[in-house]
Write a protein that binds this ligand. Structure first.
Ligand code: NAD
Length: 495
């Protein structure tokens, strides 16, 4: 069994805590390793190392930082298969999907390579006679990232490249379920030439997180995970005077208008609903079928379900892997019984694949005639359960989306540009796809939901990431005209 330790001040470290947690291979159900859980004292030594590194790193020229980021970009690309294999082994998603995750993370490294441009300040000359004003952005110090199990490489790469490029030291607390990708990233940062202590990994659970949230030397916290934990992170870290961005859960709708291409919409619903076994914060979990499109759309989705190959993530033919843990698989499967009891129609029940011995599998599930008051609609299910809510009109679809407490992603499928434009305007969601089911912004934009999907002001990565990881100083300068100088500088004197 592998033992995963922390990565502090450029080296693997055991820490003083004796607490550990199990790591499973979700495809086999077998325990494959254990990960150290940091105590508050372990977090203190990690933060002390990061704080010491910060004093040097903040002074490193931008061109040198950029050089390290370019090197890291090449190393991550060169090790994308190794990273993907580590992700599949602990998270369960299929290898091609894990490789896709690494590529999406890579985009953020590429964005951060341009840090000399991103940190350009502003300048206003002659705001008053002889007075100029300019702004400069400075790093914050030690910043922490707390990340979920579902994107073990990509979400840390949403945070660390910008944080580090801006001159901060970054302390990562990855999900205890999927800790290995973070350790590989730590090794790659070191190989890229990043000074020791600028990228640190502490593993663990609430004890480690709560120490990061209250530690006086941690200046900012970036979090991605479920909404209840996001609320706790936001309230606690903000209460301790930190800058916080806490991204929470989701319930993403795909609104299909009656004029949509039914086959295209069904393909999109299937890939966005069941990809990564529905364990994506941008997965489609509700299809809002407007008017007459509902019947043909449900038929088209059903026709595609049998073709989805469910299997181990390492099987090149598998399209959908297992869920992350047995408990999570059982919780997700339980929604099918609740949905049926509350009056919905379970069209496809993936539990035939959910055998106790052979990994944490659940096949694609489809629930039709779902109503907004049903549990399967209200909860974030976070599994391969696609719900269909039949709505009579476009307005009812928008109302459904806007009444939902989450506001992460949404998609509309239509051939009508005017309808799409109105939808974009009226829907209260942070990321909107028009005939795009999973509208994750590219790295030169920022990622963030609205309402219960994000607590804080700034979104993740892209331009908001640079703002989040820096604070501005505005300098107002007055120089008297040299012709009035007491010393003869060679100008015609006017004194
Ligand atoms: P989670 O909230 O259980 O855990 C996230 C992180 O918080 C982990 O590092 C975990 O160790 C830590 N944590 C868990 N409970 C804690 C507690 N009580 N106190 C302090 N820290 C705690 O989330 P998860 O199950 O790992 O990931 C799935 C969730 O993440 C889903 O809700 C999904 O929607 C969400 N997610 C959101 C986004 C987004 O961009 N909005 C992206 C990915 C995942």
């Amino acid at each position: 069994m592998t033992r995963i330790r922390h990565f502090i001040s450029g080296a693997q470290a055991s820490g003083e805590s004796r607490r550990t947690g199990p790591i499973y291979n979700p495809a086999t159900g077998a325990q494959t390793g254990e990960v150290d859980y940091a105590s508050a004292a372990d977090v203190d030594s990690a933060v002390a190392g990061a704080a010491a590194a910060f004093t040097q790193w903040r002074a490193v020229p931008l061109s040198r930082r950029s050089g390290i980021l370019f090197a890291m970009r090449d190393l991550v690309r060169g090790h994308s298969r190794q990273l993907a294999e580590a992700i599949t082994a602990e998270n369960g998603k299929v290898l091609s999907d894990a490789e896709g995750e690494v590529l999406r993370g890579l985009e953020n490294l590429e964005f951060a390579c341009g840090i000399p441009s991103q940190l350009k300040g502003e300048y206003s000359g002659q705001v008053s006679r002889g007075v100029d004003v300019h702004s400069v952005r400075y790093p914050l110090g030690v910043v922490a990232g707390i990340t979920p199990f579902n994107f073990p490489a990509m979400v840390p790469l949403w945070m660390a490249p910008n944080a580090i490029a801006c001159g901060n030291s970054f302390v990562l607390k990855p999900s205890e379920k999927t800790p290995t990708a973070a350790m590989l990233l730590a090794e790659l940062w070191r190989a890229a030439g990043l000074p020791d202590g600028v990228f640190t990994v502490v593993h663990g659970d609430r004890e480690a997180v709560d120490r990061l949230l209250t530690h006086p030397k941690v200046a900012a916290v970036s979090f991605v995970g479920s909404t209840p934990v996001a609320r706790h992170i936001y309230a606690t870290a903000a209460g301790h005077g930190k800058r916080v961005q806490a991204l929470g859960g989701a319930k993403n709708h795909m609104v299909v208008l009656p004029d949509a291409d039914v086959d295209g919409a069904a393909d999109a619903a299937v890939s966005a609903g069941y990809g990564a076994a529905g364990e994506r914060c941008m997965a489609i979990s509700v299809v809002a079928a407007v008017g007459s499109v509902a019947g043909p759309l449900v038929d088209a989705i059903v026709a595609r379900l049998d073709k989805i190959r469910v299997g181990s993530g390492t099987d090149p033919d598998a399209q959908m892997g297992p869920l992350v843990t047995r408990e999570h698989r059982d919780r997700v499967a339980g929604y099918l019984d609740t949905a049926a009891a509350e009056g919905a129609t379970v069209v496809a029940d993936g539990r035939a694949l959910a055998t106790a011995e052979s990994g944490f599998f659940l096949g694609p599930c489809l629930v039709d005639h779902v109503q907004p008051e049903m549990t399967v609609y209200r909860d974030e299910v976070f599994g391969p359960v696609l719900c269909v809510v039949r709505v009579p009109t476009y307005d009812a679809a928008v109302q459904l989306v806007n009444d939902n407490p989450y506001g992460n992603g949404v998609a509309v499928f239509t051939r009508d540009g005017g309808a799409a434009r109105r939808f974009q305007d009226q829907v209260e969601v942070g990321m909107v796809g028009i005939n795009v089911p999973i509208p994750v912004p590219v790295a030169c934009y920022s990622f963030g939901g609205w309402k219960a999907s994000l607590f804080g002001d700034l979104h993740m990565y892209g331009p908001d990431g640079i703002r989040f990881y820096t604070r501005a100083k505005v300098v107002t300068t007055r120089w008297p005209d040299p012709s009035t100088s007491a010393v003869d500088l060679g100008f015609p004197q006017t004194r």
